[in-house]
Each structure stands twice: as C-alpha cells, then as structure tokens.
Ligand binder design. Sequence first.
Ligand SMILES: [Fe+2]
Length: 286
Amino acid sequence: MSDLDIRRVGGRIGAVITGADLATELTDDVFAQVKAALLAYKVLVFRDQDITDAHQLAFAGRFGPLTQKHPMMRTAEDNPQVIPVDGEDQRANHWHTDISFTTTPSLGTTLRSVVLPPYGGNTLVANAEAGYKALPAELREIADRLWAVHTNHAEQPRLGTERGDEVRKAFLAARFETAHPVVRVHPESGEPCLFLGGFAQRLVGMTVRESRPILDVLQSYVRRPDHVVRWTWQPGDVLIFDNRNTQHYAVDDYDDHKRVLNRVSITGDVPVGLDGKSSYPVQEEL
Ligand SMILES: [Fe+2]
C-alpha cells in the first residue's frame, strides 16, 4: 500500500501529489500511477521534497533518457544535465515549449525549487490540448493544415543587464530552425494539441509578418485563463510538466530577488502531425 495522494488543482490542468518521497526510488506501481497522472493532468507538483540534484536526475530518468547538455544554456558544473534556471541569467516571461526549435523537443521537464523569491516568480502552465479543442471548427480546419518554423532566434524577452546580455548571446550563438506541425498528435494519448509557443516564429509558406496575426489568434486559445494553472512555489516543491502538449511562462514580478529552480529535462521524440508527417530541420547549427 502506498500513501500516494493525487489531487487536481484545476479542471483542465494540474495536480498535486503528496505521499511520494522522491529521495527514495519509487516502486514500479507508484511510478505507474505518477506517469498516468502526468498524462491525465499534464503538470504535477510534489510537495515537501528534501532532495538533491542526484534525486532529481533519478526521478526524471524514470520517464526516459535525460536531455544531455543544453546546446546553449549554462549547466551545473558537476552535472551538465542540470540547468540552474536563474533569474539573474534570464527570465522566461514568454509562453514557450522547451527547446521546440529542435527536432526533438523535451518529453517533459522537471523543476526543483532551490532559491525562491519572497514574493512572485510563479510558473504558469497552459494546456495546449484544451486550446486545440476550444478552436471553432472553421479555425481548426485551418490549423490542421499549418506547419510552423520554430527557432531560438524568435523574439525573446531581454533582461537588460550585462549578465543577461551574455546569456542571451550564448543562447543565440547557434541558429536552430525546425518545422513542426501546428497540430501535434501526442505520442502516448493520441490526442491532438496546438504545438506553438514563443519559438514558433512563422508559418511555413508565409513571412513572419503574415504569420504573426494567425499565430496570435491560435495562441490566444492556448493561453486562456481557463486552460492555465498558476503555481506559487514553496520550498520543497518539485514540478514536472509534459512538454509535448503544454506551454509555460515564468512570471517576472519578483524584482531583484534571487530565484533559482534546477531544471532536468527528458528527451522527447520527433513530433508527428495529424497526417502522420514528422517534424524536420529547416536549418541546423551554423
Ligand atoms: Fe522553459
């Protein structure tokens, strides 16, 4: 018997899990329940965890091979699979899907609270499957046929500090461009979702300018408050989201306070559209 307790935090997305200790290896039975919950709720938060990077790596590794060193981001000195998400480096206050500019965006990402600001710095996660379902039939027919080019060179927030500029320069040092179907079919559930976010710069066959209003309209269905969970971090929180059918946003409202979350991501597969076609690189690293 396990004391695992899974409680939804909203009708469309998110659940909180108590009764699981990530400092110990979860039994196969408990892990199967956690995995099913991730598929069902898309974001899970484990409370009151007293864990290290090693525990986080072990937990994330249960879902599949870990994403190796991020191509452009600073990683932990002793472990390149851990990215300290530090507000002094950058603030991801834009809706995005992790590394969607590559052909294999992460399956999922785990985030562990390390240093929290005294206020603010919430994480928002939106259900992109609900966004797709909410489209009027006429708009859905258009979305079903579209493909989008995702690039790390899409418009991104600027921190405006010397350190921020350095991190930004490193992030843009190589150029990645990948074409993904705008409607992606989830490899496990078979459910379609709007696969967009901030790295989606333009639609295939259109200029950036022509694409923008269409992307904005589609994005507005994903970002509806009804489809979003807003997580207020507490010490000991460990969050995991399915990166294949969600987008997330780090709220930048904590002024000059320190905020560090350690990120470990799981390798994802090549996205597939409704017609069975797979994503393809438009431009690899230059
Ligand atoms: Fe992210």
